[in-house]
Design a protein. Structure first.
Length: 58
């Protein structure tokens, strides 16, 4: 999973804990976070999903 947005800069790749919790540092001046997820199984089946402006930052 990477953080970023088509109209902004890319932040850091988040650290993901075993329980699924993620922590990241947003890019300086960012107003929102977009999420991109890629997953695949051992047979080569996969999915890509992007959520633009998934949530805002304070």
């Amino acid at each position: 999973m990477k953080q970023g947005c088509a109209d902004a800069t890319t932040g850091t790749t988040p650290l993901i804990a075993k329980n699924g919790a993620a922590r990241f540092k947003s890019a300086k001046g960012a107003e929102s976070v977009s999420l991109r997820v890629r997953a695949a199984d051992h047979d080569g089946h996969g999915i890509d999903q992007t959520v633009v402006r998934a949530f805002g930052l304070k």
